[in-house]
Design a protein around this ligand. Structure first.
Ligand code: IVH
Length: 666
């Protein structure tokens, strides 16, 4: 009994330490298995001794029972917010105000910290133990989210050194970008709305009545302050942060001490660059007067202190007006709605268009022409519309109508059941042709220098090209005549085209833009076929045997090469001497390279899965039925009808032993 109590205490200490090393220091010393073993032992002992239960046991991190509602918590010291600065002169004006207020000309020193984009929380410790956690709320009163915060692994349930009495730590709960992406994938799979940004994700995860849900979310915590600095015994913000770290609280390592305001200004530029390299979002930098004595003299205005300011980066989200929806035809005929926006600067880049992916997204977002919309550039990618702002509607907005005819060729559009995408099925659709050609010459395709989107558009508009074969038969004369072209540019482009007359087979396949054949499946096909002609002659079954080629890809390849267009293409390419070349691959030298092996009957020394794995590891392929492509059949015990078929086809039949020696022999 006494022993169990001691062991429980010891386990709690050990697990706390491993958590701290793993989540806060990022320097674990225990394996996952060892950690799991300690955790299981603790759960077991605690189950046997309910009388030894403790609020700050690490076992509580999995999330206690759901709460009925959030109760209110009054903060002992109000949680203030910050005034904003945007430019260098705003920062200099901040110091000016401080100097005037203090009537001081001597140097003032500062601390700069990343401004994390999450949710501000307060953690209350009594004699070193976490007893309460709350949101900021309106600054005076927040919500009690103690059980939810206990599940955040980087929040210590016990401090490394106890601090006597009540002690409130403040900081930000946030989510890393990778965690947010994973969470949003789960949300989508479960049919729920994804979170628009890490702040919403952190807030939404903490405001769960069921702490077990919070426990499943990848939340993290950084401490950036305390309610009552005077009570800590340290004299300034910079020292405070290292003192907090010493108590086992995570603090941000990019925090910097600045002896002058000039260094604060320089730091703002550094943080703006740093922003793109961090695994989490920061939306600015917080500047704090370092000295607590000066902070005290400066005091607070109503909502914000005079001794700190938030320097915000240009917003990555902005509002603007939705002017129209354009429907674009992609190279596979997919119709993509594109939002045409009143131009607006988002994070320093002008945005006038945003993709909407597909019709469902358009409907889900319930966008209307004339709406005020929230636009963002997430992770510096293509701008997107986060949502419409319905409060701004005046009643003059008009709903968006989906087209029923192709905006390029006028043929009826179709939307296959179970598909999110509306398509133009017309193989001769001019827009599809154009997009296909743009793809063919682009970096994702053959990467032909000098044939970017603009030039391809010009060549199509002037009628010089209408399919990919035409690219290889362009003449110097014809090119020279085009607007904006001269002898030199025509020569350069022709040389670039000639360079690609014997392209790698995989690249060429990817460039063709066959539906479901992207870069990866094209590369896979290249390792299995020696030429374009051989691939074009392949049967669907044969393609299906290739690992990584699924039903849709196999069907699409066969349909493409059987189609009139595919046949014509093959013939013309040969005539004009364009020949994709298979590249030697890394698997070529492996013992089973080029072999397609079928297993039948029970094997004596290997499981079926082990055998298949051996084949793949040694450069071969596994067949599931006897076809033309099968090269060897390995017959085990009670091999059945497949042996007969293999004999009929004249395939080589091997025993298990012979198969193994094949691998060992080379
Ligand atoms: S200090 C009185 N430091 O920004 C000082 N806040 O607009 C108040 N924030 O509600 C906060 N990182 O959620 C401080 N390093 C940091 C911060 C930070 C993010 C947030 C916090 C606060 C808001 C103020």
């Amino acid at each position: 009994m006494q022993e169990d109590a001691q062991r429980i205490a010891e386990l709690r200490r050990l697990i706390d330490e491993h958590n701290y090393r793993y989540y806060t220091l990022d320097a674990p010393t225990a394996s996952d298995a060892e950690y799991d073993r300690l955790f299981a032992e603790l759960l077991d002992l605690e189950a046997r001794h309910p009388e030894l239960a403790s609020e700050d046991s690490p076992s509580r991190r999995v999330g206690g029972p759901p709460v009925a509602a959030f109760t209110q918590v009054v903060h002992r010291v109000a949680m203030l917010s910050l005034e904003n600065a945007f430019t260098e002169s705003d920062i200099l004006a901040f110091e000016e105000r401080i100097r005037r207020f203090l009537n001081q000309s001597a140097d003032i020193t500062y601390v700069i910290e990343p401004k994390l984009d999450g949710l501000a929380v307060e953690l209350v410790y009594r004699d070193g133990r976490l007893i309460q956690g709350s949101t900021r709320g309106d600054g005076q009163t927040g919500e009690d989210i103690t059980e939810q915060l206990r599940t955040v692994k980087s929040i210590p349930l016990r401090l490394l050194q106890p601090v006597d009495g009540l002690f409130e730590v403040r900081g930000e709960v946030y989510m890393e970008n990778a965690g947010l992406i994973r969470l949003n994938e789960q949300q989508l799979r479960a049919g729920r709305q994804p979170f628009a940004n890490p702040r919403n994700a952190a807030a939404g995860s903490l405001r769960q009545l069921d702490p077990a849900i919070t426990a499943s979310r990848p939340l993290k915590f950084f401490a950036y302050g305390v309610a009552a600095p005077a009570e800590t015994g340290v004299t300034g913000q910079y020292e405070l942060l290292s003192w907090l770290a010493g108590l086992g609280l995570p603090v941000n390592r990019h925090t910097r001490f600045c002896p002058t305001i000039a260094e604060v200004v320089a730091g703002f530029a550094d943080f703006a660059a740093l922003r793109h390299t961090l695994p989490y979002e920061i939306d600015g930098m917080v500047v704090k007067v370092d000295s607590f004595q000066l902070q005290e003299r400066l005091g607070n205005k109503i909502r914000a202190p005079r001794w700190a300011i938030a320097c915000k980066f240009p917003a990555k989200q902005e509002t603007t007006r939705l002017l129209a929806i354009d429907f674009q035809v992609g190279r596979t005929g997919a119709i993509t709605p594109v939002a045409i926006l009143e131009p607006v600067s988002v994070g320093g880049v002008m945005v006038s268009r945003a993709t909407l992916h597909n019709q469902d997204e358009l409907q889900r977002k319930d966008l209307r022409i004339g709406d005020t919309v929230l636009v963002q550039r997430a992770g510096d990618v293509i701008p997107e519309i986060v949502m419409a702002i319905p409060e701004n509607r005046t009643g003059t907005e008009t709903p968006v109508e989906m087209p029923t005819l192709c905006p390029a060729c006028g043929q009826p559009l179709t939307r296959p059941e179970n598909e999110a995408v509306t398509r133009c099925q017309n193989l001769h659709c001019t827009a599809q042709r154009l997009q296909g050609l743009i793809h063919f010459t682009s970096k994702a395709g053959l990467d032909i220098d000098g044939l970017g989107r603009k030039n391809v558009e010009q060549l199509v508009e002037t009628g010089l090209i209408s399919d990919i074969v035409d690219i290889f038969t362009l003449s110097q004369d014809a090119l020279e005549q085009l607007d904006g072209w001269g002898a030199k540019s025509a020569e350069n482009v022709l040389a670039a085209i000639r360079e690609k007359a014997r392209p790698p087979l995989g690249r060429f396949l990817a460039a063709l833009g066959i539906r479901y054949i992207g870069e990866i499946s094209a590369a896979t096909l290249e390792t299995h076929f020696s030429s374009l002609a051989e691939l074009a002659a392949a049967e669907r079954e044969q393609l299906l045997e290739i690992e990584g080629i699924g039903d849709q890809a196999a069907t699409s390849v066969v349909e493409f090469f059987r189609s009139e267009r595919g046949q014509h293409l093959l013939q013309r390419l040969t005539e004009i001497g364009v020949e994709p070349i298979r590249q030697a691959s890394a698997t070529d030298n492996l013992p089973l390279a080029g072999m397609v092996i079928l297993f039948t009957g029970g094997l004596a020394t290997l499981s079926r899965d082990e055998a298949k794995k051996l084949v793949r590891e040694n450069g071969g392929q596994v067949a599931t039925s006897v076809t033309q492509k099968t090269t060897h059949v390995v017959a085990g015990d009670k091999a059945g009808s497949k042996i007969r078929k293999a004999q009929e086809f004249g395939k080589q039949i091997l025993s298990e032993e012979q198969f193994l020696s094949l691998i060992a022999s080379r």
